[in-house]
Design a protein around this ligand. Structure first.
Ligand SMILES: C[S@@+](CC[C@H](N)C(=O)[O-])C[C@H]1O[C@@H](n2cnc3c(N)ncnc32)[C@H](O)[C@@H]1O
Length: 387
């Protein structure tokens, strides 16, 4: 079957690599999505393991549709009964970009009707109660090409289950996992987030370093689907439990000047099952002492952007202090996500690499300052790294 892992803009390559690591090599990447070929077990494995994707969809069909008749007929011709049982609850969502069929409410209504007519024939029924498992269907039109999908995930993949309380300006877990995978960090190197807030970057790093599946402690919409048998989910969860590593080789430290943020971070780490892997400290980043920092570490941070009124000067002064602090780090690699366009000038150094990413709706740049490689050449690497 064709599955789609959706992503936010800029993270397609990270998700593609994650899918390859899971063994799904046959892929095509487009803006915001990676389509891959797999069997039903991939529905469970991709949902449990993907760290940077938003959700996993099943592609039921794709075709040209320039009028409602065409949309109805071609939707009706797809084998919906292979997916939807008689009692399926199947809301239809829609979107349309640069297409003749631009009214999404109409497209949604046509698709719903076409599926109902198909199921009436196949199940020999005239009325469906829709009181069973959920199959959220989407009709997505792009330049007159319709893609029909069913969402296998339910609440987005960033909802790992460990972060129920909300701190100030938290990063999405999926973005935090991507930032780490875009760095040279691996579990043999120290990691420091000196602006850790509610702890998202350190927690995601611990999950990654210990090979803990981020979705292990939550459920997914497709767990109720007859087409994915319970044993498939059980096997995927057993697999996930069996590969987890008992501990990390190097420390992960998060610190923040806000004591409440540190309380939250500790609570979230506990919920995520990685409290023993992390150290959280309440302090201004300038108080972090050099001897605590092992060489060849990685600093990965999402500092304040100064977007709120009156906070810009403070953020700018902080970037200058951060530049001076990072200069004193011995052989570290530094990664900073911010929306401030003048970050490099304030920080006092040009980055080795920049990547445009979105933190929610805020357009940001991920500045990457690569330090030297550690002496041992045998280390494993993350996404783009060759540590
Ligand atoms: C954008 S938030 C980080 C959010 C975090 N990534 C998360 O997912 O929750 C920036 C954090 O920097 C902290 N901060 C601001 N100035 C600081 C300083 N001088 N030293 C340490 N932390 C500071 C704030 O308390 C805030 O928690």
């Amino acid at each position: 079957m064709q599955l789609i892992a959706t992503t936010t803009f800029g993270l397609e390559a990270v998700v593609s690599r994650e899918l390859k690591q899971l063994g799904y090599e046959k892929q095509t990447t487009e803006d915001g999505k990676v389509t891959f070929e797999a069997d039903a077990t991939a529905i469970a494995r991709a949902n449990l393991w993907l760290r940077s994707a938003e959700r996993v969809l099943v592609q039921v069909g794709q075709f040209e549709a320039r009028d409602f008749g065409e949309l109805f007929d071609r939707t009706n011709a797809l084998p919906w009964e292979e997916w939807l049982p008689e009692n399926a609850y199947f809301p239809v969502r829609g979107r349309s970009v640069r297409s003749q069929l631009h009214s999404t409410p109409d497209c949604q209504a046509i698709v719903k009707k076409a599926i109902v007519e198909r199921l009436k024939q196949r199940y020999q029924k005239v009325w469906f109660q829709e009181n069973g498992p959920t199959f959220t269907i989407e009709v997505s039109l792009l330049k007159d090409r319709a893609t029909l999908t069913i969402d296998t995930t339910g609440p987005g993949l960033h909802k790992r289950g460990y972060r129920k309380l909300v701190g100030e300006a938290p990063l999405k877990e999926t973005l935090a996992a991507a930032l780490i995978q875009l760095s040279y960090w691996n579990s043999s190197r120290m990691l420091l987030d000196p602006f850790c807030g509610s702890g998202t970057i350190p927690i995601e790093a611990a999950l990654l370093g210990r090979k803990l599946a981020p979705g292990l402690h939550r459920t997914f919409a497709s767990e109720e689907w007859p087409i994915v048998p319970r044993e498939v989910w059980e096997q995927a969860r057993d697999e996930a439990r069996s590969v987890a590593l008992p501990k990390l080789d190097a420390p992960i430290v998060g610190s923040d000047s806000d004591p409440n943020a540190i309380k939250l971070a500790k609570h979230h780490a506990l919920e995520a099952g990685v409290a023993a892997d992390l150290r959280f400290e309440h302090r201004d980043f300038a108080q972090i002492s050099g001897p605590d920092l092992l060489p060849y570490g990685c600093l990965i941070a999402n500092p304040p952007y100064g977007e709120r009124l009156g906070e810009l000067d403070e953020a700018e002064a902080l970037y200058a202090r951060l530049g001076a602090f990072c200069n004193r780090l011995n052989a570290w690699s530094v990664y900073v996500l911010t929306s401030h366009k003048e970050f490099e000038r304030l920080f006092g150094q040009a980055s080795d690499r920049r990547r445009k990413l979105f933190n929610g709706r805020i357009e940001c740049t991920y500045y990457q300052f690569q330090g030297p490689r550690p002496p041992s050449a045998t280390q494993t690497t993350n996404s783009e790294g060759s540590a």
